[in-house]
Design a protein around this ligand. Structure first.
Ligand code: CO
Length: 151
């Protein structure tokens, strides 16, 4: 089911999200809904608070594939990249953000199994952007300038 994407100004986007404790049916439904919602919105990533759920869950859809991150934590971050970002919760805007060029994250899948992954370039940027959402941080907090884009 496609869920409504909350917009900047909604306090849920500023919450420090809680870790997932139960890898249950409710989590599976949330993840399936987030996937459907992200595909419909044609975005690169979506975090649970963006659909009003303050849990440490994010999904990313990039060239490397589709990934579900539950209770993700950075192991390390290396290098720098400077480039443009947008956010499904900040419609019609874009801004340049400095991010690491390479990151390693550990995370659980929907069954509660723990994995790690190394991501580069845009994939790393997408992970950083989504993990920020889990701490109530938006890219607009970090961008040096946010501008309006035309459709
Ligand atoms: Co976002």
């Amino acid at each position: 089911m496609i869920r409504e994407i909350v917009q900047i100004g909604d306090p849920v986007l500023r919450k420090k999200c809680e870790p997932v404790k139960s890898f249950d049916r409710e989590l599976a439904v949330l993840l399936d809904d987030m996937k459907e919602t992200l595909k419909a919105a044609e975005g690169a990533g979506l975090a649970a608070p963006q659909v009003g759920v303050p849990l440490r869950v994010a999904v990313v859809d990039v060239e490397e594939g589709y990934f579900e991150f539950i209770n993700p934590v950075f192991v390390w971050q290396k290098g720098e990249q400077y480039g443009s970002e947008g956010c499904l919760s900040v419609r019609g805007k874009t801004g340049n953000v400095l991010r690491p060029s390479k990151v390693k994250v550990v995370f659980s899948d929907r069954n509660g199994d723990r994995y790690s992954l190394v991501a580069h370039d845009f994939f790393a940027r997408a992970i950083c952007h989504e993990l920020d959402h889990l701490d109530g941080v938006l890219y607009t907090d970090k961008a040096d300038k946010v501008r309006t884009v035309e459709d």
